[in-house]
Structures are given as structure tokens and as C-alpha cells.
Design a protein around this ligand. Sequence first.
Ligand SMILES: Cc1ncc(C[n+]2csc(CCOP(=O)(O)OP(=O)(O)O)c2C)c(N)n1
Ligand code: SF4
Ligand SMILES: [Mg+2]
Length: 304
Amino acid sequence: MSEIEKEFSDTLTIPPPEEELHHPMEQYLRMERLPHIWCSTCGIGTVITAFISGLQKSELDPKKVAIVSGIGCSGRAAGYLRLDSFHSTHGRAIPFATGLALGNPELKVVVISGDGDLVAIGGNHLIHNARRNINMTIICINNFNYAMTGGQAGPTTPLEANASTAPYGCYEFPFNLPYLAESSGAVYVARWTALHIRRLTNAIAEALLKPGFSFIEVVCPCTTLYARRNRLGDGLDLMRFYHDNAIIQHGADTREVDISFQERITVGKFIDKEKPTFLEQRDQYLKSKLGDQFVPYKGPDDGH
Ligand SMILES: Cc1ncc(C[n+]2csc(CCOP(=O)(O)OP(=O)(O)O)c2C)c(N)n1
Ligand code: SF4
Ligand SMILES: [Mg+2]
């Protein structure tokens, strides 16, 4: 013990030896894969924390939850979670998740991936799964760029924001993700930021328990690329921006929740409605056409 430690020994809290230190969420994390690849002050880790807390809150059996990601910084999520998880190819997280959801209807399938993965290369899968109301939860980490490949502009980059492929600012009109999800058929649509941890956690728990296609957009800092290139400051500055500019408006008309560069961000639960899921609709329809000839598939254990 050093002289200073001796002097203050009665006030010091001695940490337990390293072998007794446990991460409070380690049962949900593949600890052998840590440290993770994310930059310091990146918001993706916060989303993972909210996801684990939301999963605990939902009280779903983790053995009946599967997680799928595509490629990108956000796409690393599946690889760090100790659940049945799959790190798929770029843009193909949703089709992979569809196979799981249809092959084993007892599973709750969750896709955590980035704006580029889910809405650019994977955009077609997103809209068609929403249209069919396939039972899955999508958590779209929107950091306004293709971060992993060097900060290129993508389908959510706001007008005038700078990106490596838009050095004079982006001049393409971006998607408004909640409007896209709602108009495609999603039954649950929400948007939060990486600052709104408690509300995001609650939204994730709610979405996990919602039958059908649920979509949560999480506006998230990419400090290393998007923020640096746009001179938005460090992680704390971004959190301050969310604090000062996010306006909670539950039930907002999704047509009006566009995000403009460095302007207000409308957040909240926008859509929560009832509609038969793809499997309910299929079973009901085929039963009405085929009567007793129709034997619905119930999952891998139903013996068919
Ligand atoms: C078919 C294919 N095209 C392009 C790439 C290169 N690529 C990897 S990640 C990525 C973009 C990821 O962006 P996003 O989904 O927003 O994730 P982020 O890194 O921003 O979290 C791209 C274009 C690839 N891996 N595969
Ligand atoms: S490049 Fe951006 S999105 Fe990727 S880990 Fe770093 S801060 Fe996060
Ligand atoms: Mg991105």
C-alpha cells in the first residue's frame, strides 16, 4: 500500500480482485469478444445497453430471442450479444431474420443494424417485411452515414451535411424513417436518441412484446466521422444537442418528423396499432379457403 493509500485507508474503497469483478450485463454479452471495436463516445454501445435492459424488462425468455445484424459499425451488435445471434451480410439482416421468424414462430427475432444496412442496400427487405407485418423488431441505429467504410453519405444523411462523398454538403433528399416504416405497414414505430436511454429501453421492451413488425429508429452519435467532419464537437456536445433539440411528441404525424441538419429532432412513440401478423393472416386466409385440409405449421416441434 502506498503512503497516500495508507493515509486515506479508512476512507478508501478497495476494489475487489480482478477475478471477482463482473460486468452487470455479462450474462448477455460475449465477454470473450471484448474489447469491442467501437470508438470512444460512439453511441452504439448505449443502444446495446438499452437493448439488454429492454429485453430484461420484457421478461421474454432469452432462449427464445434471436438477434441478427448486417455489416457496419452498428452491424457488430449481434456479435457481442450472448443470444442466438447472426452477423449476416450487408443489407441481408432482414431476409435472414425472416427465415428465422417463419421457420420458428416461437422466436422473437430482433434486427439491430445501421441506417445504410437497413435502408440503403437493405431497403427493399425493410419495406416488404413491414408490408407483410412479419413478426420482428428492427432497431435502426441512424448515425446519418456509412460509418464503417469511411463516412460516406447514405439515405439518411441530412441535406447540407458533409460526408466523405459529399464534401460540399449532401444535396440528396433523405428518407424520413418513421414515415417510411409506417407507410410500409409497421404496427409499432418510435424514434429516440442515444440520450433517451430510459425511454429507449421502454420502447424496446414494448416493441419486443408487440406482435408484428416493429421499428425503432435511434438517432446516434458517430463522433469519429459524421460529427468530426461536420464540426459538431465531441460526444458530450452531441448529447447536449440531443438534450436541447429533441422534442418528445408521442403520436406525431410521421409525415412531419423529417430530420434537417442540426435542427429539432421529433422523438416519441408515433405508431402503435393492431393488425394480423403475416402468419396469422396466412393461417386465417388459407383456413378460410381450404378448411380442414389446411394444417398450419406451428414450428420445428409440431411434427410435420
Ligand atoms: C455488398 C456490400 N456492399 C458494400 C459493403 C461495404 N460496407 C460495409 S459496411 C457499409 C455501410 C454501413 O453503414 P451503416 O449500415 O449505416 O452502419 P454504420 O457503420 O454507420 O454503423 C458498407 C457500404 C459490403 N460490406 N458489402
Ligand atoms: S466510426 Fe462512428 S459509428 Fe463507427 S464506431 Fe466510430 S464513432 Fe461509432
Ligand atoms: Mg450508419
